[in-house]
Design a protein around this ligand. Structure first.
Ligand code: ATR
Length: 271
């Protein structure tokens, strides 16, 4: 079987090395490559994929929404999020899925006991936030809280959540067991921190969906305060694992996938 990840730029994607390591470990004669398709060529997607004879593909920045009109079906999670990261090609039909949210939450379940009872705050209200929120509301008992800079962003949210401002999130921060940052705020070109952590509960887990850098500014700050932190590496691994399951109906070797990515990051000195 043949797979790929499509994006632009894509040369730094760790998906090929991660998936190919899994295929090798399972003794599967499958391939996974990176395909760079710039925005101006995206209208050729059907031709490109068909010519390659792919059985499925991942789709990443900047095409996760652009792919929607080309799909024959999309799953519930993709509908909620409005974006797709996994396409299965079955009997010539293109079926879209979004495994980012389940990827993040699957990882979080491994590191946080009793997630069902946790008071959770998500920072940001974009696609990533919505995907994670949509998974968490399925089983977390306390109502989820989502904070965003722009409140109108919640207008098209139809999930049962508390929508609050970033200022309120700062004031009530000590009420939360887990804080999940999905915004790019505080990153290199954008030094302004997304949230003042002054009122952070001493036991709260602070998380970010990013894993390059391995510790984002909010994670650094939380760690310096002595709080546990959790980055986006598992999210990346588990979203890939979920894609593999969708394509092949087989269980991946998660440990191999994660170790391969970690080794690569260490080689690149990103962690
Ligand atoms: P993604 O699909 O990765 O979630 P997105 O849809 O562009 O990306 O959403 C980015 C999120 O980060 C948004 O919630 C955005 O807030 P706004 O809705 O107010 O734009 C948030 N964000 C980006 N830069 C930010 C900053 N400097 N401070 C606070 N929030 C920021």
């Amino acid at each position: 079987m043949k797979f790929a990840v499509i994006g632009h730029p894509i040369s730094h994607s760790l998906s090929p090395v991660m998936h190919n390591a899994n295929f090798s470990k399972l003794g599967l004669d499958y391939t996974y490559e990176a395909l760079d398709i710039p925005i101006e060529d995206f209208h050729l997607i059907k031709e490109i994929i068909t010519e390659k004879g792919l059985n499925g593909f991942n789709i990443t920045i900047p095409h996760k929404e652009r792919i929607l009109p080309y799909l024959d079906e999309i799953d519930e999670q993709s509908k909620t999020v409005g974006a797709v990261n996994t396409v299965l090609i079955k009997d010539g039909k293109w079926i879209g899925y979004n495994t980012d949210g389940i990827g993040y939450v699957t990882g979080l379940r491994q590191v946080y006991d009793d997630l069902e009872s946790a008071y959770i705050l998500i920072l940001g209200a974009g696609g990533a936030s919505k995907g994670i929120a949509n998974e968490l509301v399925k089983f977390v008992n306390p109502k989820l809280t989502v904070a965003n800079r722009t409140m109108s962003r919640f207008n098209d949210w139809n999930l049962d959540i508390n929508a609050i401002s970033l200022e309120d999130a700062e004031s009530y921060l000590d009420a939360f067991d887990i804080i999940i940052n999905t915004t790019p705020a505080g990153m290199v070109e954008n030094k302004e921190s997304v949230l003042n952590l002054k009122n952070l509960n001493t036991n709260a887990l602070v998380s970010d969906i990013v894993y390059i850098p391995y510790k984002t500014p909010i994670l650094e700050e939380a760690e310096n305060k002595g709080n546990p932190i959790y980055n986006g590496l598992d999210m990346f691994v588990y979203q890939g694992a979920e894609s593999f399951k969708i394509w092949t109906n087989q269980m991946p070797d998660i440990q191999t996938m994660k170790q391969t990515v970690l080794d690569k990051l260490k080689g690149d000195r990103s962690c």
